[in-house]
Design a protein around this ligand. Sequence first.
Ligand code: ATP
Length: 200
Amino acid sequence: MGRIIGLTGGIASGKSTASKILMELGAFAIDADIISRRIVELGTPTLKEIKKTFGDEYFNSVGELNRRKLGNYVFQNKEALEKLNEITHPAILKEIEREIIKNKKTSPKGVIILDAALLIEMGLHSLVQEVWLVTTTREQQLSRLIDRDKLTFEAAEDRILSQMSQEEKRPYADRIIDNSGTYQELREQIFALWREITEI
Ligand code: ATP
């Protein structure tokens, strides 16, 4: 029997790192972040809709979306963010559903991982059978985010605070992956979870 698992957690909690380990073990992974970029590629209906709504100023000379500029704008304007979400979320959902159907039968171990920071916020947890939440301490999350994205302390904190908190996500989680330890400790937890789900 196949199984679809939603992997979520705060920014820089370790979702991609966990997802890579799961892929090594034989899971097929769908990355919601890659999908959210794909649906705004040149020529897509979503891109046209964004241009109609937000105007040319968020596009470069060849018609590509300046995600950073639009991101900065909607980050400070709640209504604009809601409008952008109204345009992009249905397209993201449709594409994820398509990927799940396409890969469900061919995934070697029958396990599909949906790696999505906004799994709960976007209601994507309705597409999966289990939610796995990657957790860290706030200090570790901050320092890993600052190291990885070369952010200032304030900018990193802003990003963390703009998201739904780890505590708010906990009630949705079927399993917790505690990534406050070493990479090796993360691997061991994932190996144990993998044995559980593939040996039943
Ligand atoms: P995002 O939400 O931005 O997509 P993410 O949740 O996928 O982030 P990762 O990119 O996997 O997070 O991890 C964030 C950073 O922390 C990376 O640089 C990664 O290498 C590092 N990292 C993850 N887990 C550990 C660990 N256990 N020990 C040390 N570094 C770690």
